[in-house]
Design a protein around this ligand. Structure first.
Ligand code: GP9
Length: 411
């Protein structure tokens, strides 16, 4: 496993000579991990009304990654948190947060705390859910704001509405009055089954009204409004121009009735469409000053989030054990899914249940229309995906980071 990481560290080193390295050194970082928020609702309208008007505008002022994929497994929201914060794969069963909260990892909060950042995590729910209390302690957050730190003045779903959650989170950050800060926020209002109070249902969802998809779209619209208010709040508080904002979806919405998607898109969805719809979640980075704006088409995944942040902040990672690669780097990469599937942007591999590569499905993404091709074209990538997953599993199961560091001569 260590030699795999050494190769990865060489690729990661490449980012230090790339243009954006360190361009946002010392800036605040605010992360929004949005519950079950998927890419397919972005840029879409129903009856002429945009579902996500605020995010659509924010994307135009940000670096946007349309080919970003979640890589979560059974640990759902906690897996997304682990992937993005610690740049390793989730386990095939259970949640790393629950099973391995005592391990050593190289996570964002710890790295940034060492460099003088104030590190906080905010989630308006029971702190013990997903074993967060223990895992966040391990990840070196200065404070974990949980349900008990919020006033439930907007009751929605499991606890507090995202609008109030963001407003109170900005107040918490102001009260702390420390900079630079690294704040991770985890939303909740768009949790399955997406039923919002009537007053929060802002959209007319047309023929989807009364279906779970209609409810999901209402929830997406509500989250979009909450993000719009968060941005205005950050502007009003004078934080906007000093803060790198990341927004991403954690995982899919567990709605697998494909007739609803066919209604939504007004066209049939293929097997490949289904796999991509389930795995694609939004990812955008808003950078202070609106200086860096554009669409990055590269295929990237949640595991690449931490290296990307390190790239922007100018923090070298060649002595860290991160499995991702900066999304802003030219280094080639593929996105590996927990089921053994992968994509490098050119091909897309869907594995079969028996795990035999020749029984999987390999698609070419090049050309006008995606087309199924011989699995031989995906064989090397699928082998490499297996290796990545097994390196991650071995490292986590045996808590190898302290061993690696000892071999490196201490840390
Ligand atoms: C609960 C929230 C939901 O705290 O993070 O987690 P999920 O059920 O989506 O994994």
């Amino acid at each position: 496993a260590k030699s795999w990481f050494e190769d990865r560290q060489q690729l990661q080193k490449q980012m230090e000579s790339e243009p954006m390295f360190g361009q946002y050194a010392g800036k605040n970082v605010l992360i929004v991990q949005a519950e079950a928020f998927q890419t397919f609702v972005l840029g879409q309208s129903i009856g002429g009304e945009e579902i996500t008007p605020n995010l659509n505008r924010l994307i135009e002022q940000s670096l946007y990654f349309p080919n970003f994929y979640h890589q979560t497994a059974q640990g759902r929201t906690s897996d997304a948190d682990f992937l993005t914060s610690c740049s390793m794969h989730p386990m095939p069963t259970g949640s790393v947060f629950v099973r391995f909260a005592g391990n050593e990892f190289d996570c964002a909060a710890g790295i940034l705390q060492n460099l003088g950042y104030d590190t906080t995590v905010h989630h308006a729910y029971d702190g013990s859910f997903w074993n967060r209390n223990n895992m966040y302690h391990n990840m070196a957050y200065d404070q974990f704001y949980t349900l008990k730190d919020y006033q439930i003045d907007e009751p929605i779903g499991w606890s507090l509405g995202d609008e109030s959650f963001f407003r109170q989170t900005v107040e918490q950050l102001k009260e702390r009055n420390r900079s630079p800060f690294y704040a991770m926020t985890i939303t909740l209002s768009s949790h399955h089954p997406f039923k919002l109070p009537y007053v929060n249902q802002e959209m007319n969802t047309g023929e989807l009204s009364g279906t779970i998809m209609g409810d999901y779209i209402q929830a997406a619209r509500y989250v979009d409004s909450a993000v719009g208010k968060l941005v205005r709040d950050l502007q009003d508080e004078g934080l906007w121009d000093d803060t790198v904002l990341l927004f991403y979806g954690d995982h899919d919405n567990s709605v697998y009735d494909w007739s609803l998607y066919e209604k939504f898109f007004g066209r049939p969805v293929s097997e490949l469409d289904k796999d991509r719809i389930v795995r694609q979640v939004p990812f955008l980075i808003h950078l202070p000053g609106d200086e860096q704006v554009g669409v990055v088409e590269k295929a990237v995944g949640q595991i690449d989030t931490l290296p990307t942040l390190m790239h922007l902040l100018g923090i070298p990672t060649q002595d860290r054990y991160l499995m991702g690669i900066s999304m802003l780097s030219e280094a080639p990469k593929s996105v590996v899914f927990r089921n053994g599937g992968f994509t490098d942007g050119k091909v897309y591999f869907i594995p079969s249940a028996d795990g035999l590569i020749e029984n999987g499905k390999c698609y070419s993404l090049e050309g006008e229309e995606a087309a199924e091709i011989d699995t031989a074209a995906c064989a090397e990538g699928a082998e490499s995906a297996k290796r990545d997953l097994s390196v991650s599993d071995t490292t986590i199961e045996n808590d190898l980071l302290p061993v690696f560091r000892q071999e490196d001569g201490g840390f």
